[in-house]
Design a protein around this ligand. Structure first.
Ligand SMILES: Cc1cc2nc3c(=O)[nH]c(=O)nc-3n(C[C@H](O)[C@H](O)[C@H](O)COP(=O)(O)OP(=O)(O)OC[C@H]3O[C@@H](n4cnc5c(N)ncnc54)[C@H](O)[C@@H]3O)c2cc1C
Length: 325
């Protein structure tokens, strides 16, 4: 998939000796930037290292984000970077390839190596699409995932759901709120149980064979099946969410099962089982929309700040005690 890359900023930490920061944030999407803003305002030194592939970069507009409804997603991130930079947050473009434990914190490895006391992993998730010719090129415009994000714009229009698992039942029944003209492609093959298919029929939801190819443009999408061609305005797809969590698994962070899949386990503050490593946004919460990622970033930032503060208080007390000895 290709998409525009957000405007980038100055690299950080090049040269032989890695620079040190209080916090290193891996991933500069909604969650990472929100954490960066709060930590910058708390006068912490912060670096955000970001590879520039936010999940919603394929979408021209973003919805349901109070105060930003209809704004391009990349514009929100550009604003966020500018706001955070105003509080001294530094940015580097590139991929963090590993997080290693070192004395006093962590070494972030990759194009920009930095030493940090705390790590926030805000690397998001990847939407794995079913292998249907033509679908990838439509992702974010004619083919989308979330009725809350994109349903209003196509209310009362003919819509389709590409079923990929029994969970697609939820997407179809939800979408029925926005239109009476709804077809679910591949419902039987995706394993949606008979009782649920009856509920589809009772709510006027049609069932069709699996899509073999999709083509067309926004507002005029053609869906080919073994039994012929269908026309819909837009497709909703049960993409499989895969968290971008390699850094966390290499660190040995515990995971947990959720109805949408396995994710890193975190406590109420967003901290993983590895002390000093936080995970926030879609990497830890597969269902998080932009406002949830923003809120989680703020919450995690305040908790990290407290953890640093407690460390600083303990250090002050220890140095006082050693003076008395
Ligand atoms: C097509 C589409 C449309 C959507 N529309 C809406 C909408 O209208 N409203 C809404 O609320 N939500 C919408 N969403 C959901 C939204 O995309 C997510 O809620 C949001 O992106 C989550 O933010 P995040 O910060 O967790 O992850 P992301 O935004 O995905 O950011 C993760 C960042 O981490 C970077 N990264 C990953 N690995 C590394 C690494 N190793 N080193 C450095 N950087 C790394 C990535 O490049 C990326 O920039 C939509 C999603 C999709 C797919």
């Amino acid at each position: 998939m290709t998409a525009p890359s957000p405007n980038r900023t100055q690299p950080t930490g090049s040269g032989s000796a890695p620079r040190s920061f209080d916090i290193g944030i891996v991933g500069g999407g909604a969650a990472g930037l929100s954490a960066a803003l709060m930590l910058g305002r708390a006068r912490r030194s912060v670096v955000v290292i970001d590879s520039g592939r936010p999940r919603n970069r394929f979408a021209p507009h973003m919805h349901g984000v109070l105060g930003h409804d209809g704004r391009p997603p990349l514009e929100l991130l550009a604003r966020g970077r500018a706001e955070a930079r105003g509080y001294g947050v530094e940015f580097a473009e590139g991929e963090v390839s590993a997080v290693e434990r070192v004395a006093g914190g962590f070494l972030l490895r990759g194009a920009h190596e930095v030493l940090v006391r705390r790590v926030v992993v805000a690397t998001g998730l990847v939407d794995e699409l079913p292998a249907i010719p033509g679908l990838e090129a439509m992702w974010g415009t004619s083919a989308v995932a979330c009725p809350y994000c994109d349903g209003w714009e196509v209310r009362d229009r003919p819509l389709g759901v590409i079923a990929t698992s029994p969970m697609s039942r939820n997407q179809a029944q939800l979408l029925r709120q926005w239109t009476e003209d709804l077809t679910v492609f591949g419902a039987v093959e995706a394993g949606i149980p008979e009782a649920e298919l009856r509920a589809f029929a009772m709510r006027g939801i049609r069932v069709a064979p699996p899509a073999t190819e999709v083509s067309g443009r926004l507002g005029a999408v053609r869906v080919s099946t073994a039994e012929g061609e269908h026309r819909v305005d837009r497709l909703f797809v049960g993409a499989r969410p895969r968290p971008v969590d390699a850094l966390l698994s290499h660190l040995g962070c515990d995971t947990q099962q959720t109805p949408m899949g396995t994710v890193v386990a975190t406590d109420d503050s967003g901290q993983t089982s590895v002390k000093g490593v936080w995970a926030v946004g879609n990497v830890a919460d597969l269902k998080a929309l932009v406002p949830m990622a923003l809120g989680a970033g703020v919450h995690t930032a305040t908790q990290i700040n407290i953890s640093l503060l407690e460390e600083e208080i303990a250090r002050a007390l220890a140095s006082d005690a050693s003076r008395e000895d």
